[in-house]
Design a protein around this ligand. Structure first.
Ligand code: C2O
Ligand code: CU
Ligand code: CU
Length: 458
């Protein structure tokens, strides 16, 4: 609904039984009881207020990933929303987390000013130590922001603008989602001692909550807003067969919004939490043809993602302009601070875990105070695959290894794919809101096992 100054949504978080695999009953935790949650659509610069009510058996935290959000609405990991009807007793049991967070009982209004350009955002649970299992059970959904400029470009719209969330899951014998906390098959990554080494991986690929779906599409251009909403799995996506002449995907945007110019790709490499906004022209296929989205980094059941069935030709007035946005890039020479962050496997409180500069996440410990309105250089170094995510702002990639930005590093990224032994340099600039935020690895098991840090913008 609309109240003049804001768009309002109400979401009830609750358990539900879903039929994800045909004929199998699976208990999920869902926003409004569905998985993924409802897609929220906002207009840039217009407030959206989302009231979350918690009817789950555990506290929750809601984060709008990619949102330029004031700190009190950003979903800091200890800003818990307790279940409706939870007693004061319950809260006392939460110990130190309750003390360092802004706790609410039963419900909370999240206010999103959305003073940012059109982009494909998503919202998900962000509770300290429990983000992995919360998202795995279903707490994730799209939040799309449009603006007048983007709508005037002539990109495919309506039914031809398809949000596509890709997630892997595994299922237990009884149909429940299996979160394999100590699965021995996950221990075999050389050099990684933790049973969670690569994070939790599933063997069923879901697209918008459906295993390996088949989508009929007319033989015209479509805009696919691809989101890797998996806890830990990385994908390399191709179309099979490729269209004649290649360049299956024309990328028009990424995490934080449009690219300045479209970039054609034969394949897309996607780390967790990343978004690739691409145009695929199904008019390059014959009507009747099937086109499979394959994952070249998967095998067996994880090698296929979904299929399109190209139906009839249809009228297509969409276009992909040569210039998408005139947004001014950040400049390296404006940077006033250089910081260095090492992401490593480590011992955390006597257990295998993951750290940033040797420190595990602590809600009472802020590691830096970036100044609003200034540009910084961050050097990121890693021992493993770590999708590095920052709240409030986004990164502009300067270099990867010895070269410039990689093919998937262009545009405003809020999550960069940091690879084993690799060093990246990124520019980052925070604006608008002073307060407490986090940056972290978006491998959700790494995040839950310590690889997150608090910073305070001033
Ligand atoms: Cu997608 Cu800190 O989160
Ligand atoms: Cu985020
Ligand atoms: Cu990581």
């Amino acid at each position: 609904s609309t109240d003049g100054a804001a768009d309002r949504y109400e979401i009830v978080q609750r358990t539900a039984v879903a039929e994800i695999l045909p004929g199998v009953r699976t208990e999920i935790w869902g926003y409004n009881g569905i998985f993924p949650g409802p897609t929220i659509v906002s207009t840039s610069g217009r407030r959206t207020i989302v009231t979350h009510r918690n009817r789950l058996p555990a506290p929750v935290v809601v984060h709008l990933h990619g949102g330029r959000t004031p700190p009190e609405h950003d979903g800091y990991p200890t800003d818990l929303v307790y279940p409706e009807g939870a007693s004061g007793h319950h809260m006392a049991g939460a110990g130190h987390t309750a003390m360092s967070g802004d706790v609410s009982m039963g419900r909370r209004d999240y206010v999103y000013p959305l003073r940012q350009p059109a982009a494909t955002l998503w919202y998900h649970d962000h509770r300290m130590d429990f983000t992995g299992p919360g998202v795995w059970r279903g707490l994730a959904g799209f939040h799309i922001v449009h603006d007048r400029h983007e709508l005037s470009l002539g990109l495919p719209g309506g039914d031809r603008d398809m949000p596509i969330a890709i997630m892997d899951r595994s299922f237990a014998e009884d149909g429940g989602l299996r979160y394999p906390s100590l699965d021995p098959t996950l221990t075999h990554t050389p050099g990684v001692r933790s049973p969670y080494g690569p994070g939790v991986l599933g063997d069923v690929i879901l697209v918008n909550g459906v295993p390996w779906p088949l989508a009929p599409v007319p033989a015209v251009r479509h805009r696919l807003r691809l989101l890797n909403a998996s806890n830990a799995r990385r994908y390399r996506l191709v179309l099979d067969p490729p269209p004649p002449g290649g360049n299956a995907f024309v990328q028009v945007g990424t995490d934080g919004g449009l690219l300045s110019r479209p970039i054609p790709h034969d394949a897309l490499e996607m780390a967790p939490a990343q978004r690739f906004d691409v145009v695929v022209d199904f008019g390059r296929y014959r009507p009747g043809q099937y086109v499979t989205v394959r994952n070249e980094w998967g095998d067996g059941t994880t090698a296929d993602v979904m299929r399109f069935h190209v139906t009839a030709r249809a009228d297509d007035r969409s276009r992909v302009p040569d210039v998408l946005t005139a947004a001014v890039p950040l400049r390296e020479k404006d940077a006033v601070v250089t910081r260095r962050f090492e992401f490593r496997h480590d011992t955390v409180r006597g257990m295998p875990g993951w750290t940033i500069n040797g420190r595990a996440f602590s809600p009472t410990d802020s590691i830096m105070s970036p100044k609003l309105g200034t540009t910084e250089i961050w050097r990121l170094l890693s021992d493993f695959h770590h999708p590095i995510h920052v709240h409030l702002s986004h990164f502009q990639v300067l270099s990867r290894g010895l070269g410039g930005p990689g093919p998937y590093d262009h545009g405003p990224k809020d999550t960069v794919d940091l690879r084993p032994g690799e060093q990246m340099a990124v520019l980052v600039r925070f604006d608008d809101y002073a307060g407490r935020y986090v940056m972290h690895c978006h491998n959700l098991e790494h995040e839950d096992m310590g690889m997150m840090a608090t910073f305070t913008t001033v």
